[in-house]
Design a protein around this ligand. Structure first.
Ligand code: AKG
Length: 352
């Protein structure tokens, strides 16, 4: 057994130097050998939402798509978004620059190193999220708080510009989706937007790199977790690895070409008073290809109190206490829950 090495500063560098040798024992994270996916059994049933129908001027098409969106949120908390209007060339360029960032020599990435502060504008590191005691994950990450102020690494050349354009486009798509989700809950289109301060909201941009792992059945790229924020948008470099939990089973996600993979985050579950649940997901590994995923999370303003939208409470009991988003953010980052549901800590108990 290879000795535990908790001081690896880059999984990419370690994987390249380690070759096909066994991985350190502290990367062994599949506690239960039976914890395997339903694999492709349910993959074909993952909902697909056509964004051009949601934004259609034809009220019938729009209403039908709002219903489909509501169903996808209620049944899966997860869907693939097609015809979203973000160009393939922008997505490809972003993916290329993201890979180039991780390929920069360590020396050049040093200035972005994670200092442990979840609010620091730029963090690059490895083996993080959640900071579980002795288990490490086979992933290098870059995390950037791109809103309210746009922060982004200035290297490789062009990364910042492409990141900015993509971040703006995703915010536009997120806004329209949240309006549709509001409608699907029987609210005014802008209810969630206005209540949450979405327009001065936060955005986190994450660029994950999962090098090939010689023993992919033993380690994880990312453990099971739900996301902060309202909606998460994921694209990847054509290499699979994302799994979502649906009805107790892990389901492989095989994205349709050029789609945005969207999942509900904890704050959408809170504002919707639990009508739509944030979805657990994780990243598994392979032993052949480097996988890159780019993830953007759009959430409320950091200093806003987030709880159920008041209008929903005219007919429902509140399921969640209000909590300032920045406090929730810290709670989630510190969470050592194996299934990553910090949100359950803000839930009213049955007796309340
Ligand atoms: O890379 C993936 O497939 C999952 C990424 C993710 O869940 C995250 O960055 O929070």
């Amino acid at each position: 057994m290879v000795s535990a090495s908790s001081n690896i500063s880059s999984i990419k560098a370690f994987a390249e130097s380690n070759g096909a040798s066994p991985i350190p024992s502290n990367y062994h994270s599949f506690a239960d050998i039976n914890d395997v996916a339903d694999a492709d059994g349910l993959a074909a049933s993952i909902p697909v939402i056509d964004f051009s129908f949601l934004t259609s001027d034809d009220p019938q098409i729009h209403t039908k798509t709002v219903d489909e969106l509501g169903k996808a949120c209620a049944e899966w908390g997860f869907f693939m978004l097609i015809n979203h209007g973000i160009s393939e060339s922008l997505m490809e360029e972003l993916m290329k620059k993201s890979r180039e960032f991780h390929d920069l020599p360590m020396e050049e990435k040093k200035e972005f190193c994670d200092n442990g502060d979840p609010f620091s504008p730029i963090r690059h590191g490895t083996s993080f999220h959640p900071p579980a005691e002795n288990v490490h994950y086979w992933r290098d990450f870059l995390k950037v708080l791109t809103s309210p102020k746009f922060n982004f690494p200035h290297k490789p050349p062009g990364f910042r510009e492409v990141g900015f354009e993509y971040s703006q486009k995703i915010t536009g798509v997120a806004r329209k989706l949240i309006q549709g989700i509001s409608e699907s809950l029987g609210l005014e289109p802008n209810s969630i937007i206005d209540f949450s301060g979405f327009d001065s909201g936060s955005q986190i941009f994450a660029v994950n790199l999962y090098p090939p792992c010689p023993q992919p059945h033993l380690a994880l790229g990312l453990p099971s977790h739900s996301d902060v924020g309202f909606l998460t948008f994921l694209i990847q470099n054509g290499i699979g690895g994302l799994q979502v939990k649906h009805e107790g089973k892990w389901v492989n996600v095989n994205p349709i070409s050029n789609c945005l993979v969207v999942n509900i985050g904890d704050q959408l579950e809170a504002v919707s008073n639990g009508n739509y649940s944030s979805v657990l997901h994780r990243a598994i590994l392979n032993n052949k290809d480097t996988r890159v995923s780019v993830v953007v999370v759009n959430g409320p303003a950091l200093d806003n109190e987030i709880g159920p939208v008041p209008k929903l409470l005219e007919k429902e009991k509140p399921l969640f206490k209000s909590i300032k988003y920045s406090d929730y953010f810290l709670l989630q980052q510190k969470s050592r829950l194996s299934d990553g549901r910090a949100l359950d800590q803000t839930r009213y108990s049955a007796e309340q």
